[in-house]
Write a protein that binds this ligand. Structure first.
Ligand code: SF4
Ligand code: SF4
Length: 186
């Protein structure tokens, strides 16, 4: 044992250090929020309740019923039912999410090639039955209208969710190739 360690042991240095920290926190202001009377501002891009994006041009859902989101979902909690429309286009009859099974991984959002699905900032929802957490297409569209439509929705897709078209742009030269090109030109 070194002299330094011996002095620390004799004078209970670690215990005093711990007590000092405790006393410091006893006199510092509390950081506890009195929820629900005191709330934090919602964090943009957070993973809350699902929303189906409404196309402002057509007034309908953007979703085309391709099913990629459901295929990607690790909880298998997205259910999509489609039929053939008059013009032979796919019609999304039902789009449903069992929210109680969801783990909010957002893989569904990332998988969607049309930016038709979002996770909103809504995290305060409750209910007494399982059925209340079975979100239908209409309820998911309503959530978009209420909480994500307009500028908020635009920023959400612009800032927080990838991949985007720019991520698929042609890559530049590989670094080693670029260097050999430089050497040749010298
Ligand atoms: S957030 Fe994850 S678990 Fe929830 S529906 Fe989307 S893919 Fe499934
Ligand atoms: S939300 Fe997107 S990925 Fe899912 S079915 Fe609709 S278009 Fe396809």
């Amino acid at each position: 044992m070194t002299a330094n360690e011996l002095i620390k042991k004799v004078f209970f240095f670690e215990i005093l250090q711990g007590l000092a920290l405790t006393f410091k926190h006893m006199v510092s202001p509390s950081v506890t929020r009195q929820y629900p009377t005191e709330k934090r501002e919602p964090v943009p891009g957070s993973r809350g309740l699902h929303a189906l994006v409404r196309d402002s041009a057509t007034g309908k859902e953007k979703c085309v019923g391709c099913g990629l989101c459901a295929a990607m979902c690790p909880s298998q909690c997205i259910h999509i039912y489609t039929s053939e429309g008059d013009d032979h286009k796919k019609v999304v009859d039902r789009y449903e999410v069992e929210v109680l099974r969801c783990v909010f991984c957002a893989l569904c959002v990332e998988a969607c090639p049309f930016g038709a699905l979002a996770l909103s900032e809504v995290f305060e929802y409750s209910g007494y039955t399982r059925e209340e957490f079975y979100y239908t297409k209409e309820r998911l569209l309503e959530n978009w209208d209420k909480n994500m439509a307009g500028e908020k929705g635009r920023v959400y897709f612009e800032k927080f969710w990838r991949p985007k078209a720019v991520d698929f742009a042609a890559p530049g030269p590989v670094k080693s190739e670029a260097k050999s090109e430089e050497r040749k030109s010298v």
